[in-house]
Design a protein around this ligand. Structure first.
Ligand SMILES: *Cc1c(COP(=O)(O)O)cnc(C)c1O
Length: 409
């Protein structure tokens, strides 16, 4: 039996990489009876979401809203740009890129995966070589994940765009920003991204169930050239609605819209630059603690970050290793004793293998601040002590130094 019990005596903390913590203002906005869906507040509110979503994405072009999770947005992006037999190139840095490519393959799209493993960013030289070899432009789109939530690698879309431009390759550039939007800097138009998918339950702080496909004129042209498209996934009426119901292809996801409005209000009142800066600083505090925990005589016995180069690390999620089965033991102990839930490892080992219990993730996306991150790190420190997992000392102090060095806001 543990010495600390009754975690239900306080507020539990779900520190997984999505769904993220829901702000009270979002919860309150959703706690209401169903509104009229034909007139009134809901209609003006929905119109107001469009420019604010585009501002977060860094685009002046189009957004289609879907009543779906991120997988739905993945499928929508593919359905509006490609048809069976088309070829796509997928440079992969983790499980989510592979997942998107599997969805494309299931739609009859020819997938060329360049797998960079689970701890490396794209090697753009290899992408450049492949594009240069594609003289007849068989590749119709390049699909990439900005932050791969499984590995916590962050890839460089503006560099990928530069490589495509240098090769003079006309393929569409399509980005999955489901984990990064509203956390890590992303500039859709400035970075030359043609299609971007996102969902509401990570950096956008709203319960899962609504997702987005942002697209520009080049992507709209690809859509216009398709012979047919599923009525439901077609992005055209959603992005250019004549009637309110065309936003959603049917009944609006009423409560999600109220919640999303409140979440976007939070982002815009803080300021997007500051939102990014906050995520960067909190991530640095987490990295400082993790580095300190890892400083032991035999580092193989301790905690290790999956991504060694800080410039390639996401600011929204951190994937970590512990000797198996210590990661699973730590997660269980923290959930049962402290009311703190960490993310499972994903894509770093097969789910039915012993190694699966050697990985976990910290989510630090969306509605998080310094005291929550110090609570998260304090929790992990407590679990390491309770389970006698070897770890370096001074991790909390290292994290505190990062946060204490912050400029006043
Ligand atoms: C969460 C996530 C997804 C899947 O989103 P769901 O809403 O779970 O379908 C896809 N890609 C990335 C990068 C993600 O983080």
């Amino acid at each position: 039996m543990s010495t600390i019990s009754n975690p239900s005596g306080g507020r539990p903390y779900l520190a997984i990489p999505g769904p993220s913590v829901i702000p009270d203002s979002v919860l309150q906005a959703m706690h209401r009876p169903s509104p009229n869906i034909y007139a009134g507040e809901l209609l003006t509110l929905t119109d107001s979401l469009v420019p604010d979503l585009k501002a977060v994405a860094g685009t002046a072009h189009f957004v289609a809203i879907y009543i779906a999770n991120g997988h739905g947005a993945w499928e929508a992006a593919l359905m509006n740009t490609l048809q069976p037999g088309d070829r796509v190139l997928v440079p992969a840095s983790g499980r989510f890129a592979i997942g998107w490519s599997e969805m494309a393959a299931a739609l009859g799209i020819e997938v060329e995966l360049i797998d960079f493993g689970t701890a490396a960013a794209w090697d753009l030289n290899r992408v450049a070589e492949r594009l240069a070899a594609d003289k007849t432009h068989e590749i119709k789109a390049v699909l990439g994940v900005h932050v791969d939530t499984s590995s916590s690698i962050r890839n460089d879309f503006s560099a990928l765009r530069a490589v495509m431009d240098e090769a003079g390759h006309p393929a569409l550039l399509m980005a999955d920003c489901i984990a990064s939007l509203g956390c890590d800097q992303f500039e859709m138009d400035a970075w030359g991204v043609d299609v971007m998918v996102a969902a509401c339950q990570k950096g956008l702080m709203t319960p899962a169930g609504v997702s987005f496909v942002f697209f520009n004129d080049r992507a709209a042209e690809a859509r216009a050239n398709l012979p047919r498209i599923s009525r439901y996934w077609d992005w055209s009426p959603r992005a250019n609605p004549q009637e309110f119901y065309q936003y959603f292809g049917g009944t609006a996801p009423t409560h999600h819209l109220f919640g999303l409005r409140a979440a976007l209000d939070l982002i815009h009142s803080e300021g997007l630059q500051q939102v990014w800066a906050r995520h960067a600083q909190l991530a640095q505090a987490i990295w400082a603690a993790c580095e300190t925990w890892g400083q032991i005589d035999d580092p193989e016995q301790g905690l290790r970050m999956n991504v060694t180069d800080p410039s390639l690390r996401s600011h929204a999620v951190t994937a970590l290793h512990l000797p198996t089965p210590r990661a699973s033991e730590l997660r269980h102990w923290l959930e049962q004793n402290l009311g703190l839930t960490l993310g499972i490892g994903l894509g770093l080992a097969p789910p039915d293998s012993p190694e699966w219990h050697g990985h976990f993730r910290l989510g630090h996306m969306g509605h998080v601040n310094g005291q929550m991150i110090m609570g998260l790190l304090g929790g992990v420190e407590t679990g390491l002590q309770a389970l006698k997992i070897p770890h370096g000392s001074g991790a909390l102090s290292a994290a505190a130094q990062v946060l204490a060095g912050s400029k006043p806001r």
